[in-house]
Design a protein. Structure first.
Lengths: 329, 358
């Protein structure tokens, strides 16, 4: 087999793995959009905030230490303990649920019945707020996140492919774990939505707010629950991306990666988010490998996903799996 | 008291259709113009021009442009940063390629080039609507910034990959480059800003504006009553692009002087201008100015208070700025989703009746 083809296959596999991570972020968007019609731009910053909080709790940092030091003139940084990863993840989840509650109570309850664009802007405002808040709370320096996930080249795949093709594929263990976790998360979400009482209520709200209200479903509760779920997805995404490239500001930019995924898959479809993520992940890696790097000077990954989604939408305006848009006068 | 229409009679169609039908409004408008052109240039220094006036004027032009697209035509765009970059790079290429032509025309031409690019990226709007379109315009943002970063022709093969404005004069007075006097830069931008506002105001209350608004309110219904959606949407993209391009050209040539595209015209710029439009008020020219003023002044004020007065470290102040800007946006949207322009309208209604509201 020619070398180019084998490398292409490796790129393809890595693209699939990257796509899973995109899908993970897109999933958070879809959840909130389906249940409340809010296009939550803050999803990426939520992932950053979750990762920052997780690191902060694990390292035993004092929250707001910079602010306290600047105002009071003290010099405190750490409590001096290290929390185990599992406990820290649970505590972070508590923080994310609290965040979901506060966000609903303070912001979106007051914006009921506003136009979607206003709600979208509110989430951008929330993103700005959270970004500054996370930095002030935990400091803006780049942090290392290690919750004990395996990293580095997967030797089994390396050996296996070496025996077949005479060339070992480089597949990161972390990507494999992420794929596994994402698959698990999707299955869990589908089971939750299909077979539990709350899940059914969530789907009812997504279908028709007023009808759901009239059969006695508490919109407030559902919204807080959905935002908490999105917070949980953000936490998982934050752990994966944070372990991969460190917890830093650029983590919040993964939201921008998830947007074309959403467009491709449709804003309202969970399977769409998965398929869209895979298509975009593979597409951008292969494009960079075949055309981008040799002919266009590289770094095409930053726009390829958008242009692909754009071209795609021209032919199917509601995305791959989105609900058919019916327009009436 | 003095804000009255009583006794302000109109005796011709021209008078009846003027932009400021109330006498007090009209006089205030003349007064603002007079102060802007004849008083401010004598008072300002380098700090005021660079920290407040230039960004305010330039962002106002961008906000007017975006407001035409988002506020009047209802097509949400997140590509403003990319389109500003087109204006800046077009201006740079024109300035270096045609030295003999006056820089004034370079700026206008770069507006025209941006309009063409904007129409190209506006084409999908005929099929894609709402949030899908908003995300689609991000394609323009990322693609254009990447293009200007990667293709050396755009930055004349300079080693740093930056573009920097050469010195150009208008009536013998330098308006770009290092030698520019603060008042010259200010006046240069003010002329463009006032002209943009007048053009935009008159476009939006004429036939073009009515068509845009019909498309915004419901595009299918608009199509049925005879508005051509192709022409209406693309003309909104073109005119919006023209203004945004001019603001990008000025932002690069007069305000910054040297530009690195990813830094100056990144996605944050798109959001900043969109914030201005929304905080100022969708579908209002005055709102564009108000929003630009608000978001230009707020960081300056915060920085002065936090760093200057309280003596906090700058990084802490920067983070706090994010928090405050974010919170203000949310508070604003909750308190008055129609922006500063609506507050102004309400205040005007109250003033008309004051002090006898019944």
């Amino acid at each position: 087999m020619p070398e180019q083809l084998i490398w292409g296959m490796e790129v393809f596999l890595n693209g699939l793995m990257a796509g899973v991570l995109y899908a993970l972020v897109a999933l958070g968007f879809v959840l909130i959009f389906k249940a409340s019609g809010i296009f939550n731009y803050a999803q990426g910053v939520m992932a950053l905030f979750a990762a920052l909080t997780l690191v902060g709790i694990m390292e035993g940092q004092v929250p707001f230490s910079h602010l306290i030091n600047a105002v009071l003139g003290t010099d405190i940084h750490h409590f001096g303990w290290h929390a185990p990863a599992l406990l820290a993840i649970l505590l972070t989840m508590v923080v994310m649920v609290a965040l979901a509650w506060v966000v609903n109570k303070l912001i979106f309850r007051h914006l009921v019945n506003q136009e979607p664009i206003i709600l979208f802007m509110a989430t951008i405002g929330l993103a700005y707020f959270l970004e500054g808040f996370g930095d002030i709370m935990w400091g803006a320096d780049i942090k290392k996140l290690d919750v004990g996930l395996p990293q580095g080249i997967n030797s089994v795949i390396d050996e296996l492919t070496y025996n077949i093709f005479d060339y070992g594929f480089f597949i990161d263990n972390l990507d494999l774990v992420a794929t596994f976790v994402a698959a698990l998360l999707v299955i869990a979400l589908v089971i939750f939505a299909q077979y539990t009482k709350q899940g059914r209520a969530m789907r009812a709200v997504a279908d028709d707010h007023q009808a759901a209200l009239s059969v006695g479903i508490s919109l407030n509760f559902i919204w807080v629950m959905v935002w908490s779920l999105a917070g949980f997805v953000a936490l998982v995404a934050g752990i994966m991306w944070g372990t991969k490239s460190g917890v830093q500001f650029s983590l919040s930019l993964i939201a921008l990666k998830a947007l074309p995924v959403l467009m491709l898959g449709g804003f309202t479809s969970i399977p769409g988010a998965i398929v869209g993520g895979l298509v975009i992940g593979v597409g951008e890696k292969l494009f960079e490998f075949i055309i981008g790097a040799p002919y266009l000077g590289g770094a095409t990954e930053i726009w390829f996903a958008y242009v692909l989604a754009l071209l795609f939408l021209v032919f199917r305006p509601q995305g791959l799996f989105g609900e058919k848009i019916i327009e009436r006068v | 008291m003095f804000y009255r229409e009583a006794g302000d009679f109109k005796s011709s169609y021209v008078e009846d259709g003027q932009t400021f039908p109330i006498r007090f409004d009209r006089y205030r408008y003349y007064a603002v113009l007079l102060v802007g052109f004849a008083v401010v240039p004598f008072l300002i220094n380098d700090y005021w021009v660079n920290a407040v006036f230039l960004p305010f004027l330039i962002y106002s032009i961008a906000a007017i442009g975006l407001n035409i697209l988002v506020g009047y035509c209802g097509q949400v765009s997140l590509g403003t940063g990319g389109f500003m970059a087109v204006g800046a790079y077009a201006c740079y290429k024109l300035m270096t390629a045609f030295e003999g032509i006056n820089v004034f025309f370079h700026v206008i031409l770069s507006g025209g080039i941006t309009a063409a690019v904007c129409v190209l990226f506006g084409l999908p709007s005929l099929r894609i609507k709402g949030f899908y379109l908003a995300v689609a315009t991000l394609a323009a943002q990322f693609f254009l910034v990447w293009l200007f970063n990667r293709v050396p022709w755009f930055y004349n093969y300079s080693a740093s990959g930056q573009i920097s404005a050469p010195e150009r004069t208008l009536f013998g007075i330098p308006v770009t480059g290092a030698e520019t006097a603060p008042w010259a830069a200010y006046l240069f931008c003010l002329v463009f800003c006032v002209a943009s506002a007048i053009i935009a105001r008159n476009l939006t209350r004429g036939m073009a504006g009515r068509k845009w608004m019909a498309i915004r309110d419901m595009d299918i219904a608009a199509e049925i009553i005879g508005v051509n959606p192709l022409k209406a949407k693309l003309s909104a993209f073109a005119i919006s692009g023209f203004f945004v391009g001019i603001s990008g050209a000025l932002f690069f040539s007069v305000y910054l002087g040297a530009v690195e595209v990813g830094e100056a015209f990144g996605i944050n710029k798109s959001f900043l201008v969109l914030f201005m439009v929304i905080i100022g008020g969708l579908g209002s020219i005055f709102g564009s100015f108000a929003g630009a003023a608000f978001l230009v002044l707020l960081p300056v004020l915060l920085k002065n208070v936090l760093v200057g007065t309280l003596g906090w470290p700058t990084d802490l102040a920067a983070h706090l700025e994010f928090i405050i800007v974010g919170a203000m946006i949310v508070v604003f949207l909750i308190a008055e989703p129609h922006g500063l322009a609506q507050l102004w309208r309400v205040a005007k209604e109250k003033l008309r009746l004051w002090p006898f509201p019944h």
